[in-house]
Design a protein. Structure first.
Length: 366
């Protein structure tokens, strides 16, 4: 059977495979389009397996919100390069995955991957994904997704898909003003990266852990210790003779100089850290030190809890909780932020640094 240019074009549009691959597939299958698609899929699966070991730490975060603005999904799909992340074919594919999740009901990633693909109903999500790996030419990873449902949900995408945010609120009158406020809060989350909506969400064990971290970090930063405690550390260091002659001379000469630590050696500063750490139990009984810790702990909680953060668009330094309360008052409604999800592309993943020229040379030598 003669293979026409129109046949090749049709198969290419259906599969996204290269022109020569499409021509070969049609030749091998005597022009049978369905068989040619299967031929390319099998070839794509084999290609995908070879690419599966590569690090995929770029990519995009995408979101989709239902027409009634009550359900939303956020998804992160990784690629190997930022170039592919900006590719329209890749972005359309990710948007399709997000839509399928938002329309469906999946307990986890395995359930989603095993389901029939809405993008290509002839195969599963997992197998269609492998075909996309072959089509795009890079390892791609559907890393994670989450779905929220509530009285009102909004989404926000920052930096072209580098960061994505979903915000869910409880509200008995979802007006445009409320949606705008939620969008503002989503922007706040993207910029300020809180960990919790409010302090009450943090477990007692986590609170204890965070305070312990602040205690230890305070002891590891002797320059920031309260003056009476720092002077005691200095005195002990001099008494024990643990400082090098140069550090000892600097301490005796510039003890009250705020730039003292700029003159000291790393070894000298470490001596102060060691002395402070040895007195940890004693300092925890010291009201001055515990006051320092409580102040830093309170500041830390305000940084990690959304409602306690200073609202970035506020002119009067109000926090997010006050902003939400004012929106509720102005619109005569109940309005409370219940949940947020923030994905940042590649967070926690190791990024592979490659020399492009070396990679090309390696490919030419194969």
């Amino acid at each position: 059977m003669a293979i026409t240019a129109a046949d090749v074009k049709n198969l290419r549009e259906m599969t996204g495979a290269g022109m020569m691959d499409c021509k070969k597939a049609l030749t091998e299958t005597n022009g049978d389009i369905d068989a040619a698609v299967e031929f390319l899929r099998k070839k794509g699966l084999a290609t995908a397996e070879k690419k599966a070991g590569r690090i995929a730490a770029e990519g995009i975060v995408a979101t989709v919100v239902s027409d009634d603005a009550k359900t939303a999904t956020i998804i992160e799909v990784n690629s190997e390069t930022d170039f592919v992340a900006k590719n329209e074919v890749f972005q359309t594919y990710v948007a399709g995955l997000a839509k399928q999740i938002n329309d469906g009901d999946y307990a986890d990633m395995d359930a989603f991957l095993a389901d029939k693909s809405e993008i290509d109903p002839s195969t599963t999500v997992a197998d269609h994904h492998k075909a996309m790996v072959a089509k795009i030419g890079e390892n791609l990873t559907i890393r994670r997704f989450e779905k929220v449902t509530g009285d009102a949900v909004v989404s926000y995408i920052h930096m072209g898909g580098k960061i994505g945010v979903l915000v869910e609120a409880e509200c008995d009158n979802v007006s445009d003003a409320v949606k705008e406020a939620m969008k503002n809060i989503a922007m706040q989350i993207a910029a300020m990266n809180p960990s919790f909506v409010k302090k009450e969400e943090i477990s007692e064990a986590e609170l204890v852990k965070e305070k312990e971290i602040i205690v230890d970090s305070s002891l590891a930063d002797p320059a920031s210790l309260p003056k009476p405690i720092l002077n005691a550390v200095f005195d002990e260091a001099l008494e024990k003779g643990v400082l090098a002659d140069e550090d000892k001379a600097f301490l005796e000469e510039k003890r009250n100089d705020k730039y003292l630590f700029n003159f000291l050696s790393d070894a000298g500063i470490q001596s102060f850290r060691d002395i402070a750490a040895a007195h940890k139990a004693e300092y925890l009984e010291n009201k001055i030190f515990t006051g320092l810790v409580e102040g830093r702990f309170s500041k830390h909680l305000k940084e990690i809890c959304l409602v306690d953060q200073t609202y970035v668009k506020a002119e009067n330094k109000e926090n997010v909780a006050q902003y939400v309360a004012q929106v509720a008052k102005d619109n005569g409604c109940k309005f409370e932020i219940k949940k947020f999800i923030r994905f940042e592309t590649g967070e926690g993943l190791e990024k592979k640094n490659e020399n492009f020229a070396e990679e090309v040379a390696a490919q030419m030598n194969k």
